[in-house]
Design a protein around this ligand. Structure first.
Ligand SMILES: Cc1cc2nc3c(=O)[nH]c(=O)nc-3n(C[C@H](O)[C@H](O)[C@H](O)COP(=O)(O)O)c2cc1C
Length: 158
């Protein structure tokens, strides 16, 4: 039987264009995808969460982490990863790249015999390749119906 896992990284606090948020843009999108695919959710969280809650310091922090090609340790593991044949992996676009904890996750698992789809939220430079999916963060945050419609369109294409 086909089983789906939706893995995501997402932040709260002050985010571009949406102000202070208590549920991350990518998290909202991940939840919709999980609902529509009957998937399980796994949130990538870092063990030592030093990410600033304000946008400008977060930008600087993330830039440094990317420059260092860091692999921050993440909390927990997906113990039953073998049971999933489809993995959705989502993240906010950070400096036209994935946040480094997403790299940690990808380093930790062999997903080579699985179907992997990726999605991101962004504020202008979505640019995903292949059959990935990009959505404005402020739409994920503030326009649930528009988000659902776009997710439906994407899932139909897959
Ligand atoms: C560190 C950092 C870097 C970002 N870099 C980009 C970028 O290069 N291009 C872009 O379109 N948006 C960029 N953004 C905006 C985020 O991708 C966008 O706000 C996203 O929806 C945040 O998702 P979250 O609430 O799930 O963390 C950046 C945001 C942060 C905090």
């Amino acid at each position: 039987m086909s089983k789906t896992l939706v893995v995501y990284f997402s932040r709260t606090g002050e985010q571009y264009s949406v102000g202070e948020i208590t549920e991350g843009n990518t998290k909202k999108l991940a939840e919709v995808i999980a609902k529509k695919t009957s998937g399980d959710l796994f949130e990538i969280k870092v063990v030592e969460d030093n990410y600033p809650n304000k946008y400008t310091p977060l930008i600087q922090f993330a830039k440094k982490e990317k420059q260092e090609n860091a692999r921050p340790a993440i909390v927990g593991t997906v113990r039953n990863i073998d049971e999933y044949d489809t993995i959705f992996i989502g993240y906010p676009n950070w400096w036209a790249d994935m946040p480094m904890p997403v790299y940690t996750f990808l380093d930790n698992y062999d997903l080579s015999n699985k179907t992997v789809h990726h999605f991101c939220t962004h504020e202008g430079s979505g640019g995903v390749r292949h059959d990935g999916f990009a959505l404005y963060g402020h739409i994920a945050q503030n326009s649930p119906f528009e988000m659902e419609k776009k997710v439906d369109e994407w899932l139909k294409r897959l």
